[in-house]
Design a protein around this ligand. Sequence first.
Ligand code: SF4
Length: 345
Amino acid sequence: MRWENLTDEPDHGRTRDAALFGADAVVSRTFDTPEFRGVTFHEIRARSIVNRVPGASRMPFEWTVNPYRGCTHACVYCFARNTHRYLDLDTGLGFDSQIVVKMNAPQLLRHHLASRRWHGEHIAMGTNVDCYQRAEGRYQLMPGIIEALRDYANPFSILTKGTLILRDLPLLRQAAEVTEVGISVSVGFVDPELWRTVEPGTPAPERRLDVVRALAEAGIDCGVLMAPVIPFLGDHPDQLRATVRAIARAGATSVTPLVLHLRPGAREWFMGWLAQHHPHLVRRYERLYAEGAYAPKWYQRRVTRQVHELAEEFGIGPSRAATPRRAPAREETTAPESPTQLTLL
Ligand code: SF4
């Protein structure tokens, strides 16, 4: 494994910044409990935790924090798979089962927020891998991270598929009292069969929508990133309707559709899965993604229009930039451009 010069954001290979580790800082562990069977955790002491996403990026945020690398949620389509390649780790099963844990993430973040060079910009989490994946139940890095953000009134957003976020609800409420907090849950479909095969390590879509419901009841707005909409498997009008209806019933403040994209690393893994589970679709996928990682614009526009029409029918709007609840404490703080419209997980 390679522990030098690794990058966090899979931004077409252009990401700068890196959480740099020394090889002597790595401890590998396994736990003989059912939820972690077959998983190896590489505990490291990172040298930095706040990553800058390049200005030329497609991402609607500039700063990110990712306490983990790899994700036991094991979504077949996960775009972050390629980042494991930078560690000389396997982007398939290795991504699902070799998890890098930045043990000192809360301390590093607090130190970073206290720096005179930091100006209180919005920090996005869950942009690379899920910060509320199962490992978080054991390592509990997020409470310290949220506490640091709360104490510095630093605006932030979290995108997750993990129900574990509800553990930190009291902290999220405290943070929302002093700064802007944007929460988004990712639910691309509610079809149980599709979920079991394509997102095998995640909580069921209904459980994720329970998170939306619980946050709404706690007074914290929560949008849903309807991602990914999977061509020919999750894009039938009846499936879109069922999904948007369930999202609306959960009390989501917005729904933002995102069609499946297949970047290198994810593409090979997804196509292997497709050949195994839906071989008759392989040719159709090859044609739909013939131009690269993204489905054609006409297809994306069609899905977006359908979802927006359904959202209107069920009384929820598309994602929009939130209004800060209160200006962050720092005088020099810059408001985030689009804090709730995350487009990744
Ligand atoms: S898509 Fe998100 S939840 Fe799924 S494996 Fe990737 S990082 Fe984890």
